[in-house]
Write a protein that binds this ligand. Structure first.
Ligand SMILES: NC(=O)c1ccc[n+]([C@@H]2O[C@H](COP(=O)([O-])OP(=O)(O)OC[C@H]3O[C@@H](n4cnc5c(N)ncnc54)[C@H](OP(=O)(O)O)[C@@H]3O)[C@@H](O)[C@H]2O)c1
Length: 242
């Protein structure tokens, strides 16, 4: 049996991933309830902006399953936010902090919970976190998003080193998903051009059908994380799998 701890299950890429993992047991961690037909083994509702509540829920979340040695356990950090889209001169500190909580602190706490809960589990253990090209290319108006995605990349770099040193038998990597036709792109297209000068380019992605379907990106993500040699690379890019 494969158990998959998944964030962002209620919409976008996370929902598409869940819909393709029908034979797995999904332990979903979302802010909003799941209002679609996705089959979930267990669902936890928590807003990543409320880090104390998330931290107090971690033990319950990872105690939701009792895997046997032949089982596999995955953590897929998919949830993320691009907000606030504001130039540095207008950046709101509290909104920036919320971005960091969702994009950096929450996935890091989930990684922490996963490591500790499954320390003695001898089966397959894998962690994949969805990042963004914005982590390595600064984009005007995305000061919070670019820097938070860069930060979670670095958390993974540390994780990869600790995996080896601590002999914890976890394989981990980050995944670059490209531009996907999800709610996040709608949010981007509704940005103020004064804060986000690239607005027209992103509107053209939509009008030119240049956005990937969430189902296709989800299929690539699953191909990556289930492959025999997953973890041999620190990062994977969807363009190599579409
Ligand atoms: N779409 C793109 O073009 C693109 C490009 C590069 C990278 N990515 C990355 O891909 C991943 C998936 O994004 P997407 O395109 O599927 O975006 P999406 O459609 O906007 O979905 C975002 C998901 O993250 C969840 N989330 C946001 N804030 C949260 C919070 N405070 N607490 C808990 N959950 C929260 C949302 O939950 P709610 O429904 O409760 O808001 C939703 O499930 C993200 O990590 C994103 O950074 C996307």
């Amino acid at each position: 049996m494969r158990y998959v701890f998944l964030t962002g299950t209620n919409r976008g890429l996370g929902q598409a991933v869940a819909n393709l993992l029908k034979d797995d047991k999904i332990i979903s961690i979302t802010r909003s309830p799941i209002e679609n037909n996705t089959v979930i083994h267990q669902s936890f509702l928590t807003d990543f902006n409320d880090i104390d509540t998330l931290e107090n829920s971690i033990s319950d979340i990872f105690s939701a399953i009792e895997p046997s040695n032949g089982d596999e356990v995955y953590l897929l950090n998919v949830a993320g936010t691009v907000d606030p889209v504001q130039s540095l001169g207008n950046l709101n500190g509290s909104e920036m902090l919320d971005n960091y909580k969702t994009n950096v602190v929450a996935p890091t706490l989930l990684i922490k919970g996963f490591i500790n809960r499954f320390k003695d589990f001898k089966g397959t253990k894998r962690i994949l976190t969805v990042t963004s090209g914005a982590a390595v290319n600064g984009i005007e108006g995305w000061g919070a998003y670019c820097s938070s995605k860069a930060a979670i990349n670095m958390v993974h770099e540390v994780l990869n080193k600790e995996n080896i040193h601590q002999e914890n038998n976890i394989k981990s990597a980050i995944f670059y998903p490209g531009v996907i036709d999800t709610g996040m792109q709608e949010t981007i297209r509704s940005s103020d051009i004064n804060e986000f000068p690239n607005l027209d380019r992103f509107k053209e992605y939509k009008s030119n059908n240049a956005l990937a379907k969430a189902e296709d990106v989800a299929a690539a993500l699953i191909k990556v994380v289930t492959s025999d040699d997953f973890g041999n690379q620190e990062s994977y890019n969807v363009k190599d799998y579409l």
